[in-house]
Structure formats: C-alpha cells, structure tokens
Design a protein around this ligand. Structure first.
Ligand code: ZN
Length: 241
C-alpha cells in the first residue's frame, strides 16, 4: 500500500493542488493528513473540501481546533489570531463542526501513529524539534512509525540503539527500530524552501520518501493580501519562512 501523508496545508489551495497533481501521477492507495488544514491562507473552504473528500484519516492541528473554538487564541501570535478569526468567517457550520470533531491522534492499522504535535502530550501542541522531544515521544510511541506536523520542517528522528535525526528524503524503515517523520508543510514551508512538502509511505517497500513540488507562490500570496489578511503571511510564502 502507498499512503500519501499531507501536513500543514494552511488554506493554501495553490500548494495543495500542486501536491495533489504530483500525487495523481503516481499510485496512491490512501491519503491521510496530520493537521492544520486551515489557518494563515486565503482558501480555507476549498482546502477543507478537498481534504474531506480525499483523506480517510485527518488528525487535529492547533489551527483547526482554534478555528473550531476548541483551543484558546491566547496560544497564537497576533497574525495567526487574525487569520483564525477570518478563517472562521469563511467556513460553513458543517465544516467548522468537522474541524471540531477531528481527533488528536489516530493509529492506522498497526502501521503508524498520526498526530499533529507530539505523541507524549498531543493536547499541548508543543513542537517536536529536538532529539530530546523525540525521545519523550518515542518512549510512549507503541508503533514503529509516527507522522507529525506542526513545525513545518521536514525531518526524521529515528531510533536504532541510540537516537538520531536526518534530513534525508528517503527513509529505509527496515534499517531502524522506530521513526518519527515530519513530512514538512504543504502550505507554509519554514525550511527556507518555498516548495510544498509531502511524504509517501510505501508499506511493501518499508520506505518513506519526502518530496517537494514548486507551486504558484505568487498567486497564493496575492490572495492572502486581497483577503485583507496580515501581509507578513503573504510575504513569508516567497521565502519559505
Ligand atoms: Zn501548522
């Protein structure tokens, strides 16, 4: 089975469509999403519609729950807060209800755990950035593999004897005991590469590959400005920060 892992789409329809276009050229059996479908970008409703249609598992991101009124806005900076309020005004009540019902964590059939932030404290929406963060999550991770989002940085933490990390775009799972993989962000990459980032998990080959696809950043950026959202949210897409 080949599973596409989508993360941190953030209402960026241009980026999402580029990723789905690339995925349509290869065999994909199922699509899953590790959260933050909305927030920051100008197309929340079309992005929610596409994710609802395609993904059979979606876990909650902090922006998803904030838009649904399930997470306090005090945890967000002023730009994010402004975008969250605007996003709520753009979504239908059924879409908001769908966001509210997203689970924090989901295990896909003994294969992998999906969670937006960390396995050790998913409700806190902390960032999994360091080997120590990864160690805390590995300790409670029951399955050999986990996909996270949230930091918008594609990275793999892995355990084999000791704990290490890699920025490699190909992860051979047969060579490691446990891995926590962030596929990177589709709609707002923050590793100074503006191209949309996603992953494919090939269960037969026991291999995860990370991919980048350029998209029309200028169009997504213009829409953010036109919507009256903070300009910084439009500008950062160009530099991938
Ligand atoms: Zn995010």
């Amino acid at each position: 089975m080949r599973i596409a892992i989508l993360a941190d789409i953030h209402s960026n329809l241009e980026a999402l469509e580029a990723v789905l276009g690339a995925l349509s050229k290869t065999r994909i059996d199922r699509y899953v999403c590790v959260g933050d479908v909305v927030g920051y970008g100008a197309d929340p409703a079309p992005c929610v519609a596409k994710v609802r249609e395609l993904c059979d598992v979606v876990v909650a991101g902090n922006h998803d729950w904030a838009v649904a009124g399930k997470l306090s806005l005090e945890f967000f900076n002023s730009y994010a807060r402004e975008a969250i309020g605007w996003t709520r005004s753009q979504l239908s009540p059924p879409d908001v209800a769908w966001l509210r019902e997203l689970p924090l964590q989901h295990d896909i059939e003994g294969l992998a755990t999906l969670v937006h932030s960390t396995v050790h404290n998913p409700a806190a929406f902390d960032y999994l950035l360091t080997s120590y963060d990864a160690h805390l999550s590995m300790a409670v991770l029951e399955l050999p593999l986990c996909f996270v989002g949230h930091s918008h940085i594609p990275i793999t933490f892995m355990e084999k004897g000791g704990l290490g990390f890699t920025f490699s775009d190909t992860i051979d799972l047969s060579k490691i005991d446990k891995a926590i993989i962030n596929p990177g962000s589709i709609g707002q990459p923050r590793d100074e590469n503006p191209a949309a980032s996603y992953a494919i998990y090939d269960t037969a080959k026991r291999r995860v590959t990370l991919h980048r696809i350029a998209y029309d950043v200028a169009a997504a950026s213009r829409k953010i400005e036109k919507a009256g959202l903070p300009k910084v949210l439009a500008d950062r897409l160009h530099v991938g920060k």
